[in-house]
Ligand binder design. Sequence first.
Ligand code: GLY
Length: 426
Amino acid sequence: MNVLLVGSGGREDAIARKIRETDTLYSVIMNDNPSIIKLSRDVIDYSTDSQKIVDFARKNKIDIAFIGPDGVLETDLVDRLSENHIPVASPTQKAAKIETSKEYMRSLMKKYRIRGDIENTVITNSEYLKEFFHENEGEYAVKPIGLTGGKGVKVMGLQLNGTAEAMAYASEILERDGKVLLEKRETGEEFSIQAFTDGTHIAFMPVVQDYKRLYEDDLGPNTGGMGSISDKNFTLPFITIDSVNDARNILRKIVNSMKEDGNTFKGVMYGQFMDTSHGVKVIEVNARFADPESINVLTLFKSNLVDVFLDIYSGTLKENLKFLDKATVLKYIVPPGYGIKPVESELVIKDGIESDNFKLYYSSVSGTLNRVKTSKSRALALIGIGDSIYEASDIVEDKLKYISGDYYIRHDIGTEQMLTRKIRGQ
Ligand code: GLY
């Protein structure tokens, strides 16, 4: 099979490696990712002109296409590929609204009475914004309606200090976008569940926890994600199986409701949930694999990914996909100053870094497999595979000796100290 992959981050490197286990890869890239370039039979640079990608797909007789990044799912690319009879295992522009419009996601949850919704309101004028904060006590998350790259959401008590700051940030979004979403602040452990779906069947992947905050101990500004962990048995030591099942039922209901709504979703759906004292709540629903969480699950994935893509397209997805029963810990190496004032740097990677229990994925970098130039975004994803989360974390730490250059990494992800704190609920 000839498979087209759009995207060139760490997530797409993980997808590309799975594709190459069985089939031939053609890639559309945004940066000269050395791993993806090496794996691909041919590559072109990404263009917002979808026709260029359609032409590349036709020239290479693509049997199935898959899109990685949210920004591309927001364009007409999937629709244009489909119109040109190129099979795609990603959602249409309209179905991707489950991620690209948080207003659509909340209205769908309300319309179909889907459990896990959070008290929320969309505000479209500044008078009502003032009234809202005057009349409503408590803390809120202030969110743009559209894509934020993981960095646009600010929460009172975390990034926003008090009502005045929340109102100022909400006004800024309102002025820029004409709308702002306010959601009641919830507290609890967050977790991600990704699932393949053909619009009817749904196949769940192991639960992952993503660490978005820049600094150790979950402090500092939000980033695209500094690392992520997964455990054996599809769950995490601090999330109960009941909460996992609730979250899965919510995702299933979202998929069914979209179908009923005449907006069938095909592809990978990723729910970000919070385990609160009054049940599992939906923080976000996304129309794609998560980054970094996809790397955890794809490293464990034992089924044939291209067959899954073909089954998504043809509506014959099997629900019992196979994953290795191991724990994983991923830590992203990022350029110095990342998330605040990043500076590009160069990293040297010694041969022999990969082993049965460790993989290295390339993200926003260019260069060669042994010497990369970073951009201002995440550079290298290091993932350890072990019998426990601590063991997987230690494997990553041990492999750092193979990498030299200026970088920043959160060492605390997956350590015994972090896990103990979470299990005790501190
Ligand atoms: N893990 C964050 C994201 O993929 O949006």
